[in-house]
Design a protein. Structure first.
Ligand code: ATP
Length: 236
């Protein structure tokens, strides 16, 4: 579904991603794990069209998208839920969701249907639809960020650090939602520092170290891998 081929990404003199080849098959959850600064967010931004490739190729559903601007990638079926959520704090939950569908120019009925689908997946958001996003808890804001991305009805959801700053119980709830999304046919590319959680749900996973893919395998394989255990899972 998505194929990154020998991708290089640089910020001026800083090489953030080097020679990354990554494949995402439809219907999978694919995880990219790695330490702070490894280049994980940069990769997602490049897929979303927010930073350019310095070299390499990117194909989505067979089509070369490297030159497409970000909004055209959204229209093609790719949505990003960014690191740090970036919901609009003063807008209500409902308005944040509407903004997620803005580029689709939906009629009222279709908009209501798309919103109802999100409220079904995230009942807490339904209860809070008239509240400004700033009044939500961190976990609820994360749910809102995911729901907003889903308003575009993407086939590929790019999810950047959904666990960031959240308590264990709510993280578990969010990972439950990620697996529910897969069951609904949404393909998920997930970036996470919490390697144990990400590998636990991932069909396939990649370890990124200082911009390079150093390991790949099924989530279960990488969970057992001695180097992954030593570096990302607290030893053992
Ligand atoms: P984190 O989990 O901390 O976000 P990450 O794995 O997502 O880490 P990136 O944010 O992709 O890592 O950063 C990769 C490298 O690129 C880092 O060295 C970072 O300092 C650098 N970098 C990221 N964004 C920029 C930018 N806008 N300008 C210059 N350098 C950047």
């Amino acid at each position: 579904m998505l194929q990154l081929d020998a991708v290089h990404i640089a910020y001026g003199p800083i090489q953030a991603v080097a020679d990354a080849t990554i494949a995402v098959e439809p219907g999978q959850i694919v995880a990219i794990v790695g330490a702070n600064g490894a280049g994980k967010s940069t990769l997602l931004k490049a897929i979303a069209g927010l930073v350019p490739l310095a070299a390499g190729g990117i194909r989505f559903e067979g089509r070369d998208i490297a030159a497409l601007p970000a909004h055209r990638r959204v229209a093609a079926g790719i949505a990003l839920s960014p690191e740090g959520r970036q919901v609009f704090p003063d807008q209500t939950v409902r308005d944040n969701l509407e903004l997620g569908a803005y580029s689709r120019r939906l009629g009222q009925a279709d908009l209501a249907r798309a919103m109802a689908a999100q409220y079904e997946l995230f009942p807490r958001l339904r209860e809070r639809q008239d509240q400004p996003a700033v009044t939500l808890s961190g976990g609820e804001q994360q749910m809102l960020a995911i729901a907003r991305a889903l308003m575009g009805e993407p086939r590929l959801l790019l999810l950047d650090e959904p666990s960031l700053g959240l308590a264990p119980l709510i993280i578990r709830e969010i990972f439950g939602i990620i697996t529910a999304l897969r069951a609904r046919g949404v393909t998920v590319l997930l970036v996470e520092q919490m390697a144990n959680l990400a590998l636990g749900v991932a069909d396939r996973a990649y370890v990124l170290e200082t911009g390079r893919v150093t390991l790949e395998g099924s989530g279960a394989e990488l969970l057992q891998h001695p180097r992954v255990r030593a570096a990302y899972l607290g030893g053992g």
